[in-house]
Ligand binder design. Structure first.
Ligand code: N01
Length: 488
């Protein structure tokens, strides 16, 4: 079968931040035969899905922006979810990504055969592609807690990422399970709603860093517009700070340890200065290393949890009954609404699609022993397929947009090599995948993630699913395409 390598048929699954970026980059290569399949009726990924009160980004707005599309109009230092969603919509239309996007096209299966991918959707449509990109995001599939009686709850129960925006919260007794980044944003909004009584069920205290969220004035926005270097400076400084954080979490060198101690001291001081009641402070004090779980960046949680209508429960959940949550001390906490801020399955890449590579190999079989992808992107036996933001991407607290752009650039380099005939198919050699996994393993022990806490950063073997080294080293690696690692 002859493939038009100059303008191949490209399919992208997902019209979120990464999918939009890919279309723009592919067009820069002169590729126009692109189709984006988006399961929902609107675009925007995470920022379409997460609608809970208080949803925001805890990465500074100017750093959570495409490098090629700065936005002088961000209203605050940390933008809210709605504003970020609007930004993506603007970029989507400005770059004409809408012309190649099919909405309401949930992908059911992707099967590779004879050099092409056949993709079928729930609507019964079939698409054929030479190159396939999964841009479905990392944290997409909600994780529901395995608590006895959850289904018996007679009130309203919902996951934080499945928020019912029509719900009237006033005067309600609300329970929240979880105290991660989503919970820390939404709990204060619930507590500050008139007449509510909010019970927070905390299993593990979180490390929390104060994230002051100042609005940008009209004068500042005008300066950003007229002198774009100012936006670039805010972006660089924000990213630099996060880069130091990443180094502190991934290195046990002298410098890494000092940086780690400084970040931990700062968070501890914030807790001590913010929480007046010593008993509550003790409940909120983590007993594991700073950064082992994803650090929560927030300025509203500590003030809110001290309000009279807020209760922090640490006794542990025994079961759920129709009227509420029973904790291990036998107490029934009666509730009208139960919010499950219990996070996501970080290894559910592409699922629940049927995904088959060479010789009918299913992704479940390919990953039976380990979820792995060369440079996070190339899955052995799944040629001409790119798993964006795949395992061991440098997730953590860094800007996921910056990450996505760098991965997209790397993919474009591979596509160019393939177009030039230097690669028969885009696939990593088995020994390169083994080398990649061994390199990751050798670095993991130095990270704080492997220091003995439970978090979504770890896979089933207790190995970090994140990039276990500095941001700088990751970027250098991604800018260096090693042709010898690829099947030629
Ligand atoms: O989820 P989480 P999240 N019984 O997994 C608890 C991104 N994000 O949605 O710590 C009782 O962090 C669990 O307890 P424990 C960001 O990458 C970004 O908050 O496991 N509790 C924990 O407290 C983030 O890391 C932004 O003991 C149970 C909570 O639920 C990721 O999304 C904003 C339980 C889950 O915390 C996920 O954050 C928001 C059980 N059975 C989120 N099961 C930005 O601003 C779970 N928990 C960019």
């Amino acid at each position: 079968m002859s493939v038009n390598r100059e303008n191949p048929a490209v399919l992208i699954i997902g019209a979120g931040m990464t999918g939009i970026c890919l279309v723009i980059k592919l067009r820069e290569l002169g590729i126009t035969n692109i189709t984006v399949l988006e399961k929902a009726e609107t675009i925007g990924g995470t920022w379409r899905e997460n609608r809970y009160p208080g949803v925001a980004c805890d990465v500074p707005s100017h750093a959570y922006t495409y490098s090629f599309e700065p936005n002088p109009d961000w209203s605050t230092f940390f933008a809210g979810g709605k504003e970020i969603h609007e930004y993506y919509q603007r970029v989507f239309y400005k770059y004409g990504v809408n012309f190649v996007t099919k909405l309401g096209e949930a992908v059911n299966s992707c099967v590779y055969q004879d050099g092409q991918w056949t993709v079928k959707t729930a609507k019964g449509n079939t698409y054929v592609a030479d190159l396939l990109f999964s841009a479905t995001g990392i944290l997409h599939q909600p994780k529901y807690p395995d608590i006895p009686g959850l289904d018996s709850f007679a009130g309203i129960a919902m996951h934080s990422a499945r928020w019912d925006t029509s719900l009237d919260l006033k005067g309600k007794r609300i329970g929240v399970i979880g105290t991660g980044s989503s919970a820390a944003q939404l709990i204060p909004e619930l507590i500050n709603t008139p007449g509510t009584d909010v019970t927070v069920f905390q299993r593990t205290p979180q490390w929390l860093v104060e994230a002051k969220n100042k609005p940008y004035t009209d004068a500042q926005k005008k300066r950003f517009r007229e002198q774009p270097w100012r936006m670039a400076l805010v972006r660089r400084l924000s990213l630099w700070t996060f880069e130091q954080g990443t180094s502190a979490l991934t290195s046990d060198s002298w410098w890494g340890s000092k940086m780690h101690a400084l970040f931990a001291w700062n968070a501890k001081r914030y807790l001590e200065q913010s929480i007046q009641d010593p008993l509550l402070r003790a409940k909120l004090t983590p007993d594991y290393k700073f950064g082992c779980k994803r650090v929560v960046m927030n300025e509203t949680f500590y003030p809110a949890i001290q309000k009279p209508n807020a209760h922090l429960v640490t006794e542990g959940i025994e079961r759920i009954e129709p009227t509420g949550v029973v904790t291990k001390d036998g107490k029934l906490h009666e509730l009208d609404i139960l919010v499950l801020a219990t996070g996501f399955d970080p290894a559910a890449f592409m699922r629940p699609m049927e995904f088959r590579g060479r010789d009918g190999l299913s992704i479940d079989d390919a990953w039976k022993t380990k979820v792995q992808a060369y440079r996070s992107l190339l899955v052995p036996q799944f040629p001409n397929f790119f798993l964006m933001l795949g395992p061991n991407s440098p997730i953590g607290n860094y800007s996921v947009i910056a990450m996505s752009e760098i991965q997209a650039d790397y993919c474009m380099e591979l596509v160019k090599l393939w177009q030039d005939g230097k690669l028969r198919e885009i696939e990593a050699k088995p020994e390169a995948v083994q080398g990649w996994m061994a390199m990751l393993k050798s670095k993991m022990g130095h990270t704080v993630w492997a220091s003995g806490c439970q978090s979504w950063y770890l896979d089933k073997d207790g190995d970090p699913l994140t990039w276990p080294d500095s941001w700088k080293n990751w970027v250098a690696l991604m800018r260096d395409v090693k042709l010898s690692d690829l099947v030629s």
